[in-house]
Design a binder for this molecule. Structure first.
Ligand SMILES: C[S@@+](CC[C@H](N)C(=O)[O-])C[C@H]1O[C@@H](n2cnc3c(N)ncnc32)[C@H](O)[C@@H]1O
Length: 261
């Protein structure tokens, strides 16, 4: 596991918006394609399907049109106290993939509740199997778009942390508007964080890192975390398969740790 702190340490289907999305309004970004920029196998193995059918009703929730029978647009925000069966600091991890970081970090911090958000069903199924295998009780899962989740399910000032590790870089210039971290999304995250809450981002893409640094610097409710200061959640992450591949390809990882003022 490793961590660096301080800004920029070198370190279903889309609904098409009627107008071109802007960078600043997360209502437009809600219409981000409900797919990753990499193609993904979505078919579950027999064991994954069996685990999904058994555990999803208790530990999972779907949100948004992309996932069908999800949480309705007019329903109230999540009652996380009822869902986890306790009151504890809450962390949202957006784009958890198959959940390697989610699982390792939740195991290290059993007093913190973690909600993993992902659109890719097979990744969530892998995480669900690992949760059962390793008997981890402080993770819940949401299948849907992170922007919908933040907007519709999470109360303002309710999150102790938001983690976004290796968001899709969408490297082509014409696709940059699809990047998750834009001024509107970061503003939405700042709104949902408690004062003193942490936004922790890591990327292996230099162009996206520059963009993220600019977007974070432009959000006045966020400030750089003091690398030696106390933080309410751990920023120690495991090295995932995704990150190992990035290192092998010669990419440096840039890590951002911001605090909500
Ligand atoms: C490059 S992968 C990184 C996965 C994982 N965080 C890791 O470090 O291995 C990015 C993930 O973000 C998910 N994703 C992309 N846009 C998303 C969104 N708007 N809401 C939720 N998940 C999203 C993708 O499905 C993909 O699994």
């Amino acid at each position: 596991m490793h961590a660096q702190s301080g800004v920029g340490i070198s370190g279903g289907q889309a609904r098409i918006p009627a107008t071109e999305p802007t960078d600043s309004d997360p209502r437009d970004q809600r219409y981000l394609p409900a797919t990753s920029f990499r193609s993904r196998r979505s078919v579950l193995s027999g064991a994954q399907r069996e685990t999904w059918e058994r555990l999803w009703p208790e530990l999972g929730l779907s949100v948004g049109g992309a996932c069908g029978d999800g949480h309705g647009r007019d329903e109230p925000p999540l009652d996380t106290r009822a869902w986890f069966g306790r009151q504890a600091p809450l962390v949202l991890e957006i784009g958890c993939g198959s959940g390697a970081s989610t699982l390792a970090m939740a195991k290290e911090e059993p007093d913190i509740d973690v909600i993993a958000v992902e659109m890719y069903r097979r990744g969530l199924a892998q995480l669900l199997c690992a949760i059962e295998r390793e008997r981890v009780s402080n993770i819940r899962l949401i299948r849907g778009n992170g922007i919908d989740v933040l907007q519709r399910l999470i109360d303002p000032g309710s999150l102790t942390g938001v983690r976004i590790f290796f968001p899709d870089p969408w490297p082509k210039a014409r696709h940059h508007k699809r990047r998750f971290l834009q001024p509107g999304t970061v503003g939405l995250i700042a709104d949902r964080l408690l004062p003193g809450g942490v936004l922790h981002v890591a990327t292996d893409h230099p162009g996206y890192a520059e963009h993220i640094a600019e977007v974070g610097a432009g959000e006045r409710r966020l400030c750089d975390a003091d690398p030696d200061g106390r933080l309410p959640i751990s920023i120690v992450r495991p090295t995932t398969k995704y990150e190992t591949k990035a290192h092998e390809a010669g990419s440096a990882v840039t890590e951002f740790i911001w605090l909500k003022q």
